[in-house]
Each structure stands twice: as C-alpha cells, then as structure tokens.
Design a protein around this ligand. Sequence first.
Ligand code: NAD
Length: 503
Amino acid sequence: MSAELKRARALELSGAYGALEHYISGQPVVGQGRSFDITDPSTGKVIGKAHDAAASEVEAAVAAARDAFPAWSQRSGNERKAILHRIADLIVARADDIAALECLDTGQCWRFMSKAAIRGAENFRFFADRAPSASDGLALPSAEHINITSRHPLGPVAVITPWNTPFMLSTWKIAPALAAGCTVVHKPAEWSPYSARLLVEIAHEAGLPPGVFNTLNGLGETTGKALTEHPAIKAVAFVGESKTGAAIMKQGADTLKRVHFELGGKNPTIVFDDANLDAALDAAIFMIYSLNGQRCTSGSRLLVQRSIYDSFLSRAAERVKALKVGDPFDPATEVGPLIHQRHLDKVLSYMPLAASEGARILAGGARLDAAGDGYFVEPTLIGEAAQSMRVAREEIFGPVLTAIAFDNEADAITKANDVDYGLAAYLWTGDSGRALRVSSALETGMVWVNSENVRHLPTPFGGMKASGIGRDGGDWSFDFYMETKNVALSLGNHKTPRMGVSK
Ligand code: NAD
C-alpha cells in the first residue's frame, strides 16, 4: 500500500469515530465532558476530538470494572488464555490498520509501527500462555507446617499510558492484567488516543465480556487523577514522566494504591575503544533516532572513550545528517515529526541551551525547513558536552543525542551514573571482564552489552532511581497485578502456647 493510501485509511478509521467516545461495559459512550482536539503531528491539523471524562463517566467505567471482576477472576486460566489468544489473532489481522492509526496519531514511522502492532499481539500471546499458571505458588514446608502460597487477582486496576508508542505500551500493561484475572480501566494519553479505541474494540470482538476492559479518554489532571484517587481501583499501572509518577503516588496515597511506574530515562550508550566500533555506531544511532527519539529506553547520552571520541563523533555526525526525515507513512522514512507543538517547543528549547552551556551542535539543531506546520525537528547531535550540563542530565525525549568524552572505566561509570534516572544502559566493549564489572556498577534496571535494546518478554523490564518502581515481563507482571497469600497447615505436631491456664 502506498503512503497516500495508508494515510487515507488512517483518516478513514479516525474519522469513523467522529468525536471519539469512551468505551464502557462493552459499549461506546458519547463523552459529556469538555472536548479537546486531536492533531496530526505531520501537518499540525486537527483530525478529531475527544472528551475529557465527566465524573459520572469515571464512576460508570469503574463500576463496570468492579461489577465484572468476580466473574472474570473466577474464569479458568484456560478460558482467559483462549480469549487473549483471540485478541492476539485479531491484532495480527488488523496490524496494518493499527500501524496506520499510530502513524497518523503519533507521527511514528511506518517501518517501526508495523512491528509495534505485531509486538502488541506477542504481548497478548505471552501472557495468555501464562494465564493458567498465574495463580500457582510455592510449597514451603517447615518442621511443623506446610506453607502453601497462591496468587489472587487484585481487582479493578487503572492503566494510564503515554503517547510515544501507545498501542504497544497499552498491550504490555493490559495483557498481563487480564491474564491475571483483573479488570481494567484504561486511560490513553490525550495526544494519541485512537489506537486505544481499536484495542478495546478488538478485545470485545474477541469475546472479552463487557466491563472487563473499559477505556476512558481524558486529560491527566482530571480523568487520570480521578482514576488514581478512586477507592474501587486497587492499583495503578502507569507509564509516563517521572514527575507525573510522583503526582500519582500522592494522589493514590489516601487509598493506599499499589503503583507500578515506568518513567523517564537519560540512558547512556558507553563506547570503549576496544569495542566493535562499527556495530556500536549502528546501535548508538538506532537507539536515539528510532521512534523519533521519543522512547523511554533511548540511548540519549553517548559516552565515548576520549582516545576514539573525535573519530567516532565525526562518523556519527555523518550518519545523523543522512537520516531520512519526513512522512511517517513512507516506508523509507527513518525519523518523523514530534508528537505535539508543546513537545516541539520543549525539544527546540534545548538547542540554544546546548550552545549557552558550552557544548557544540555537530548536526541538526533546528526545526526542519519545509516542514510546513508539522512538528519536525532536525535529528541533532550535540558534542563536547559535559556531564554537568542540562543537555546531559534532562530527558529531552526527541531525536537529540548528547555526546560526552570519558577517560577510563571508572570515569565512564561515574558519568553514566551521574543522573537522576536509571532505566537502561548500553555498553560496548571487547573485554568480557570489563563488561561484567561495568554492568554490575551501573545504576540501571537494564543493561545491554554489545547490543541495542532487544526485548525478550520473560526478562524483567523497568528502572531504578527516578526511572520507575517495579518490573514488568515474565512473572514480575503477575506479581504486580496479584496478591500473594500464604496458607500454613499444621502437621499436628506443634505445641500451641497455652495462656490463661495458670492458677
Ligand atoms: P506524561 O506523564 O505527561 O503522561 C502519561 C499519562 O499520564 C497520560 O495519559 C497523561 O494524561 C497521564 N497523566 C498526566 N498527569 C496525570 C495525573 N496527575 N494523574 C494521572 N494521570 C496523569 O508522559 P508523556 O509525556 O505522555 O510520555 C512521555 C514520558 O513517558 C517520558 O518521560 C518517557 O520516558 C516516559 N515513558 C516511559 C516508559 C518506560 O517504560 N519507562 C515507556 C514509555 C514512555
């Protein structure tokens, strides 16, 4: 399909929703709250509207999830597994529609979004297969008791997601919640709500009972806040900015909400002079400029050993200048627009800052000429930066790479860890001992050695420090969505202390 046809299909799909409704108890519900615009980042044009959820709509969605919980949690794991696999089948069948909507709504490139849709299906299959054993626990015998643990779904949970890769991230949170036996109220980001609507429709087409999975549109400070404060919501799975995570923790405090946070990052790619430099360059470029740099695990800091710094940076600059920026629907495009005018302004504000802090822009550094009203920025490489600079410490969340030189192993570790964040790190070296030493010293939840970010679903995903609380993936997801219970059975040979028997 040509880029034009893909865009036309995406516009047809988004237009079909008119004003995008909420989805409660298996039905579209016309929103009564204040409306907000949804824009196409490639053109800056308004493509639709959605409504912030009114208080009564939040109540209705939470009530639906609460009412559906007993029956859904009591379905056998095999039944849940079958429905989740059907969801995955339908995602695969509609992968092109999902990718097209995602390109239109977020400006992410087709070459990545077609894979993200398939990855969404894989998320459902992975957790579907584990649904039958999600409740299983351990037998922990002592001399006098047999202890048996089991896990039980928490109840209705809120899933609040960001705008960068909305479909994939939503499946990553919602699939394990449903597999565990929880019911869900999902609030997608207000800047990119369309693919969430497709997901909830697909889930119902696959046979998910009404009320098990509900979607509310709305803003963070209203709809999102109301969900995180609602007493019937037992947990909040949140993906977004660190400062929003802090706000949600406060909002959920009165109801002792269980929280799972996947937050921001300022992830280092560390290149030692003994590394395979060709491979390191490919990975360093991919990890910051793919997904328009709007990626929590982006390698947004490039730490390069001083002996190879100049040559590595000049090769990197050539590659950055050659990146193909343009229409996200064109399969040749490598970098699309940023999500929104406000985000474009934020990313562009770092360009003069870099210069005023004493760094040097080696490639890019401006809004893209001929971008019209689209939110395009030139892929940017900032060199000669120091770890103390804001461009080296703050999450810019765009196609902007900040490069810093280091002298030796100790200096690399100090600089890598000298940020508030601790999500991921990428380490390039030919020395296996150094790989083990450095990865052990890095304060990040994930380290890839001689590799870009390649996800393996059974492994834990999540960050330290300001990058998050909790882990997803494998069994870690079920630990969040379920309560663990211990039952101690006496073997009949223990002595219960007697009280009230002394004269
Ligand atoms: P954001 O925090 O602004 O918004 C995320 C979601 O939270 C949106 O749905 C928003 O409406 C909602 N929200 C905002 N304020 C809220 C409040 N007070 N109460 C409840 N909900 C509220 O984040 P964003 O700008 O949409 O996304 C970009 C951020 O997400 C980046 O920092 C990025 O690193 C992070 N992210 C992290 C991961 C990860 O796995 N660690 C993955 C993707 C994105």
